[in-house]
Design a protein around this ligand. Structure first.
Ligand SMILES: O=c1ccn([C@@H]2O[C@H](COP(=O)(O)O)[C@@H](O)[C@H]2O)c(=O)[nH]1
Length: 236
């Protein structure tokens, strides 16, 4: 899969989500990210419905629990046939390893095992919050790098971080390790609750494997135009 742009489908009901999707005219298969807001409301059925319509799905549930619980949950998620899914890297290496095992065990024969991505530090976390609330003595860049190495050792296929951290650590990882980056904001767009943001072209230059974009597309006056502009800036 070459350099995907995942649109975050953060809607409060599925009518709004389908209305949004049906008005878009992508030139190729659309990549979408489904998060907790929709999954907790509609469950696996919404994943199956999107899948049946041909969307490539990133199921972003950010699992964070004891290894046994995460493994058993990952087994269930694998059966849904999504492209990738997430855990929190702060859950520890044993938990990440358990998630990977669960995904492998739960994937139906002949199907591809979903990619496992570990969320390092949420893109809404700033350097100040990391220090004052999480009481972490590392810089954000070093903390993200440390969590990325732990995730890789534990068997994750990639991480979630901000595009701002990718450049400094990319050469320490194998070429197929994925750096999936939310916190994407076109230059003229507000940050909202994101603390560490970059434009699509900055993400590309820094080496992101994929970007995740929500509000700058879903809340745009003309989502098709916003999608095309962001895609152009990401892939040019
Ligand atoms: O560190 C993270 C991890 C996940 N996200 C998710 O990405 C989208 C971003 O949406 P925007 O509207 O473009 O801000 C959203 O679904 C988050 O849950 C993240 O932002 N940061």
């Amino acid at each position: 899969m070459s350099k995907p742009l995942f649109i975050a489908l953060d809607f409060d009901d599925q009518e709004k989500m389908w209305l949004f999707l049906n008005q878009l005219q992508p030139q190729s298969k659309l990549h979408v990210k489904l998060g907790m807001e929709m999954f907790y409301q509609y469950g696996p059925e919404i994943v199956r419905d999107l899948s049946a319509k041909g969307y490539q799905i990133f199921l972003d549930l950010k699992l964070h629990d004891i290894p046994n619980t995460v493994k058993r949950t990952a087994r269930q998620l694998a059966a849904l046939g999504v492209y990738c899914t997430t855990v929190h890297a702060l859950g520890g290496k044993e938990m990440i390893k358990a998630a990977k095992e669960g995904l492998i065990e739960g994937t139906p024969e002949g199907k591809e095992v979903p990619k496992l991505l570990a969320v390092t530090e949420l893109t809404s976390i700033s350097e100040d919050v990391l220090r004052d609330e999480q009481h972490c003595s590392l810089s954000l860049a070093d903390e993200v790098k440390s969590l990325a190495h732990q995730a890789q050792t534990a068997g994750a296929d990639g991480i979630i971080c901000s595009p701002l951290e990718v450049k400094a650590m990319k050469n320490e990882f194998s070429d197929d390790f994925m750096f999936v980056t939310p916190g994407i904001r076109p230059a003229s767009y507000k940050k909202d609750d994101q603390a560490r943001v970059a434009t699509p072209s900055q993400a590309r230059e820094n080496g992101s494997t994929a970007i995740v974009v929500g509000r700058p597309i879903t809340q745009a006056e003309n989502p098709q135009v916003a999608y095309e502009e962001i895609l152009k800036d990401w892939t040019k």
